[in-house]
Design a protein around this ligand. Structure first.
Ligand SMILES: [Zn+2]
Length: 601
């Protein structure tokens, strides 16, 4: 599995790893490039506008963060064009479509920015210009590649004129109009070419040279060389926003229904998923994705190993169709838990109504895979993704299950994101997300915010108070907004605005939304009265925040209205989110960017 991801900095651990590999590939593939081309990449990312060019670095990497190729491009915000600096793949990997995927991603970015087009320097395939015979074929291959996208050399200018007459093998300036009709006029082309030469090659090109080349762009509009390698003009590439922005990746737990606790009053039932899906898929542009399997280390990064081991062993022990409920709680002697696994359940559990059984483990494990599959799409550039799973997760603490939850899906995803940027988790389930709070209690790189029924009357009763703000390095990075039993939509809206303000001050790179529909009117576990219009307004607020957002399903038990509420929420999220430009993560001083490894509990 290869994913394409934008790398916004060289500071977060997952990003630093990527940048180092990009530098290695660049040095290996472009041995004649100036040494500061590779060495200067971190500086370009840190000071994006130093040369009035915003750096865009995309990598193609596998799930173990091995970079297979990269594209380094510059966006000039004032003139709104993109200049592609490097497109490179690891040696021996050129034929695997990675270069195509990377270039397509640059084009999608250009289309999303509504850029005029992409300029690329590509060495000449003309033997008169390229005197080294051995270079003609690779140069031709490169131009053929770009021609496949409708991008061809600009002709009739002095761009190929070497700065130093002794230099050989000059590049063409290739232009990709992103499939649009019409090419830049002469004035605009001159301004853009001047920007390329001055901002990118200012230290190499004397002003007289720049003037001479710029003034040679006289055609109005510019002219491209006729196609040389493709018999027909290629189908115009669609200048559409990146595919992931016109649909919402949706991952549904395909193993949720094996987890069916038929005990009386166990409202966390399989019908919840079908009730939501039925309404959702016909109303909004979702793209169903199959869940991918992820390593257990993602779970162990936020849950204690002893807890994970216990769940696996205890669940495996229970005969099919049977469940264990915890019934002793060894709180006075936690160092000597009962030897018998069923007896030990209370050692790892916060309540008496969440059972262990064979299918609970399988379903919970799969819910984690689903959530990480959706998270990976957000990391690859999707604006939103939805992990529609059972069992839910936000009550699962570092070393305890409960509240129908076993593994904390949202927290596992938040930790996964935290290698690449700061993360905010917003929990809008009716019940306090005690598990998520517990897991990130001492971490400043993951902000946790929860709006919920006050614990004086609402589950889990022991946490969710306003004075719980985090501890140690995490002090101030947990915000609880407990509301009254009869809080109406106005009070809720005010709390949501407070939550949004806190998240905006934190300026995350990613948002994880723990979504519960149990704030709905008539929910058997809640006391509030949210109707579809309220869910829609909540969706609009979250979409309007402008962050790449992973939505993770938590509670919601009134099956009759689940579908309508889900549809209203996603309608608001999608419509307002599509209108809201993505926020570029604010750059933070290095000292504030604690690595998750250093801050992990
Ligand atoms: Zn809930």
């Amino acid at each position: 599995m290869i994913r394409i991801r934008q790398v916004p900095d060289d500071v977060m651990p997952g990003n630093a790893t990527a940048v180092a590999q990009v530098q290695t590939i660049l040095r290996a593939q472009f041995p004649t490039a100036r040494p500061n081309e590779a060495a200067g990449i971190p500086e370009l990312l840190r000071n994006p506008l130093k040369k009035r060019l915003r750096t865009l670095l995309f990598v193609a990497e596998d799930a173990d963060e091995h970079v297979k190729g990269f594209a380094l491009a510059m966006h000039a915000p004032d003139l709104n064009f993109i200049y592609l600096d490097y497109l490179a793949t690891q040696a021996g990997r050129g034929g695997q479509g990675i270069g195509t995927a990377l270039y397509e991603r640059v084009r999608e970015e250009a289309a999303a920015l509504d850029a005029i087009g992409i300029f690329i320097e590509s060495l000449a395939d003309n033997p008169a210009l390229c005197t080294d015979g051995a270079m003609v074929k690779p140069n031709a291959d490169r131009l053929r590649f770009y021609e496949g996208f409708g991008a061809r050399p600009i002709i009739g200018t002095k761009y190929e004129m070497p700065i130093d007459p002794n230099l050989e093998n000059p590049p063409y300036l290739v232009f990709d109009a992103l499939g649009r009709d019409g090419l830049p006029d002469c004035k605009r082309a001159q301004a853009m070419v001047r920007a390329i030469l001055e901002r990118k090659y200012g230290d190499l090109c004397p002003p007289s040279y720049v003037d001479l080349v710029v003034r040679s762009f006289l055609d109005d509009p510019i002219r491209l060389r006729p196609p040389r390698y493709r018999r027909r003009e290629p189908e115009p590439a669609k200048a559409v926003p990146r595919p992931s922005t016109d649909r919402i990746p949706l991952v549904v737990n395909d193993k949720h229904d094996i987890h069916h606790v038929k005990d009386r009053g166990y409202v966390e039932a399989p019908i919840r998923i079908s009730a939501i899906l039925r309404e959702l898929e016909q109303a909004l542009p979702f793209e169903r994705l199959p869940p991918r399997t992820f390593a257990e280390e993602h779970i162990r990064a936020v849950h204690a190993g002893s807890f994970v081991d216990y769940l696996r062993r205890a669940c495996a022990l229970v005969p099919q169709g049977k469940s264990i409920y915890p019934y002793v709680f060894p709180i006075r002697n936690p160092r000597r838990p009962p030897k018998e696994l069923p007896l030990r359940a209370g050692y790892f559990c916060i309540d008496t109504f969440t059972p262990l059984n064979a299918n609970a483990w399988l379903a919970a494990r799969r819910a984690v895979d689903c959530t990480l599959t959706a998270a990976e799409r957000v990391l690859s550039g999707a604006r939103f993704a939805y992990s529609l799973v059972r069992p839910p997760g936000h009550h699962a603490e570092r070393r305890a299950f409960g509240g129908f939850c076993y593994f904390n899906n949202a927290a596992i995803a938040a930790h996964y994101f935290s290698r690449y940027g700061r993360v905010a988790v917003l929990d809008i389930d009716y019940h306090h997300g005690n598990g998520t709070q517990d897991i990130f209690w001492e971490r400043p790189d993951v902000l946790t915010v929860s709006i919920h029924g006050h614990p004086s009357f609402a589950y889990p009763y022991f946490s969710g108070f306003a004075d719980e703000i985090g501890e140690g390095a995490g002090k101030g990075f947990n915000l609880n907004l407990p509301l009254a039993e009869n809080a109406g939509p106005d009070i809720y809206r005010a709390a949501l605005a407070t939550a949004a303000g806190r998240i905006e001050r934190f300026a995350p790179a990613f948002l994880v939304l723990s979504l519960g529909y149990d704030t709905a009117a008539g929910d058997p576990t809640g006391s509030w009265r949210h109707r579809p219009a309220d869910f829609r307004a909540i969706g609009e607020t979250v979409g309007g925040l402008g962050y790449p957002t992973l939505v993770v399903q938590e509670g919601g038990y009134r099956t009759r209205t689940l579908g309508a509420n889900a549809r209203a929420f996603f309608g608001g999220l999608w419509e307002n989110g599509s209108r809201t430009p993505l926020r570029v993560p604010r750059r933070l001083p290095r000292t504030l960017m604690l690595t998750p490894a250093a801050a992990a509990p």
